[in-house]
Design a protein around this ligand. Structure first.
Ligand code: MG
Length: 339
């Protein structure tokens, strides 16, 4: 029998975080704790308002799905697939339960997740560190503070984009990934911006245009000098077929996939379509980041800095050194509640 507890967290950001469509000082996260044979497993939900998820709907979904969990978490795959099919939508809640079941399975089997999946933690590429939209001076200051990271990710789409990039280039020459968060609505403008970016050491551009503008994205992919990565365009594994035509890669996030198991399905399918893999996150506790980081060795572009942007994380983290997440050799997710 599985015992389930749910906790609410108010996650405070170190700096007000602005992207092309909104600004915030804090985010709601929920965590779930499952207990089985005296062992505890933890998982994190960062509900996403874009998909109609609220902390309340997330909690209700967790309660409903927890009530239906049965069996031995060592057989995690059928348990997770049954959980995923037991409730519509609410992918953040599903991600939290997937993580908690995997954490339990790892602890019961005495192995870190990366070991259960046959991955090599030494193959972890560097993660990017994200800087939100601000004045060019402030962005340059944050870029200077992010020394130690080998890759930066900059949010654009504010109208002052080229000034922001020029300001960053006065303080650092590390590769920069750009996320426009659907900020360019005209394809000619998008192409002009991307051609400028290509001259300034930019590595890739994430979601340059609104996700719904598929024909424009196919046009842009044929002309873009930089790889284009889908983010908002990915809502479910089935979207990957279209994404394969309109983008060079996809940003996969556990909170959108519904956890690690579906994320692994999505990675396999994206690879078969020739897509590059970015592994992203929300503004979220290190608990959620840990689960994604165990998949990091499968990614081309880890973008797993959500916990580094917050000031009151309720969970411990895998350390970051030389810009890479160093997965601890501990069973399950390898992190724990701090109190
Ligand atoms: Mg993005």
């Amino acid at each position: 029998m599985m015992k389930c507890s749910i906790f609410d967290h108010r996650i405070d950001l170190k700096h007000t975080f602005t992207i092309a469509n909104r600004s915030s000082d804090w985010r709601p996260n929920l965590s779930v704790r499952l207990e089985y044979e005296g062992i505890r497993g933890y998982g994190l939900a960062a509900p996403n308002p874009r998909y109609g998820e609220t902390p309340e709907s997330c909690r209700a979904a967790l309660e409903a799905m927890c009530g239906q969990l049965e069996g031995d978490p060592r057989a995690y795959e059928p348990m997770i697939r049954k959980m995923l099919a037991s409730h519509p939508g609410e992918y953040a809640a599903k991600a939290a339960l997937d993580m908690a079941i995997m954490d339990l399975a790892g602890k019961l089997l005495g192995a870190p997740l990366y070991r259960m999946w046959g991955l090599d933690p030494a193959a972890m590429p560097p993660t990017s560190f994200t800087i939100g939209i601000d004045t060019p001076e402030k962005v340059a200051q944050r870029a200077a503070e992010a020394r130690g990271f080998r890759v930066l990710k900059i949010k654009l789409g504010s109208g002052d984009d080229q000034a922001i990039i020029r300001a960053i280039r006065t303080v650092t020459d590390v590769p920069v990934r750009v996320d426009a968060n659907e900020g360019w609505t005209d394809r000619e403008t998008a192409l002009r911006e991307i051609e400028q970016l290509a001259k300034q050491g930019i590595e890739l551009v994430e979601q340059p245009m609104p996700a719904a503008q598929v024909e424009d994205m196919i046009w842009l992919k044929a002309r873009s000098p930089l790889p284009l990565i889908a983010d908002e365009a990915f809502t479910a594994v089935g979207d990957l077929i279209t994404i394969g035509e309109a983008y060079h890669g996809v940003n996969l996030k556990l909170m959108k996939c519904g956890g690690t198991l579906i994320a692994r399905d999505a990675i396999a399918m994206a690879r078969s379509l020739g897509l590059k893999i970015m592994l992203g996150c929300m503004v979220e506790s290190a608990l959620g980041i840990a689960a994604a980081a165990h998949l990091g060795p499968l990614a081309d572009f880890p973008d797993l800095d959500g916990n580094l942007l917050i000031s009151n994380d309720p969970y411990s983290a895998h350390p970051v050194s030389d810009g890479r997440i160093r997965l601890l050799d501990a069973p399950g997710l390898g992190v724990a509640p701090l109190n």
